[in-house]
Design a binder for this molecule. Structure first.
Ligand code: GAR
Length: 217
């Protein structure tokens, strides 16, 4: 088995990146984390990546000002020089343009802390509580130009409690994120995920029911 070479793009603490690094320590896992890219020099996840012996690069978006094309070309050049096969966004807080996204068809994944298409954007946990949602969760999906959209690979759900705070809910959802991102990357690295009519198929079939991990208490 040739393991796929994966780059993880981060902006902050990198706990999802760490979950992917841990999963890839299993020699049977079909992907290796070959590169971590951060757009912020102070991202905590850079230390974790280095401590695991993973190559890191900082591409500081502030250096490029409004020139998003130059910022993305710099990222793309690093991905190519590290011979990357799959890119995982993990708390990467920059919107990517179609130019970049088109370079990674069905090879660019994102994790979002909500059950898409509900609660796109920021402050998802607070908004879920305010909306009275009883079930909330996380989604791994392929990236398309529209923000927090794109074919859903895996979702995981948690119950929302009547006395939940957004911090408490965020913590439980984060646990789900750390479980589903390695699962989704595994499926993609094994070449088992295709897209038809905007929906993911696994082994050519619809994602098995129930299609999400069951809500945990
Ligand atoms: C995660 O909860 C991730 O789902 C979210 O940022 C957090 C990053 O945490 N991503 C988004 O909101 C993207 N729209 P991490 O750096 O510890 O993985």
């Amino acid at each position: 088995m040739t393991r796929k070479r994966v780059a993880v793009l981060i902006s902050g603490r990198g706990s999802n990146m760490a979950a992917l690094i841990e999963a890839a320590k299993d020699p049977a896992y079909p992907a290796e984390i070959a590169l971590v890219v951060s757009n912020r020099p102070d991202a905590g996840g850079l230390m974790t990546a280095k401590a695991n012996g993973i190559a890191t690069v900082v591409i500081d978006h502030t250096v490029y000002g409004k020139d998003r094309a130059a910022f993305e070309r710099a990222i793309q050049a690093e991905l190519e020089s590290h011979r990357i096969d799959i890119v995982c966004l993990a708390g990467f807080m920059r919107l990517l343009t179609p130019w970049f996204i088109d370079r990674w068809p069905h090879k660019l994944l994102n994790i979002h802390p909500a059950l898409l298409p509900a609660f796109k954007g920021l402050d998802t946990h607070k908004r879920a509580i305010e909306a009275g949602a009883k079930v909330h969760g996380a989604t791994v999906h392929f990236v398309v130009p529209e923000m927090d959209s794109g074919p859903i690979i895996i979702q995981g759900a948690v119950s929302v409690r009547n006395d939940d705070t957004s911090d408490a809910l965020a913590k439980r959802v984060l646990g789900v994120e750390h479980a589903i991102y390695p699962q989704a990357l595994k499926l993609v690295a094994e070449g088992r995920v295709t897209v038809a009519d905007g929906r993911c198929l696994i082994d050519g079939k619809p994602v098995p029911d129930p299609g999400t991990l069951r809500p945990s208490a």
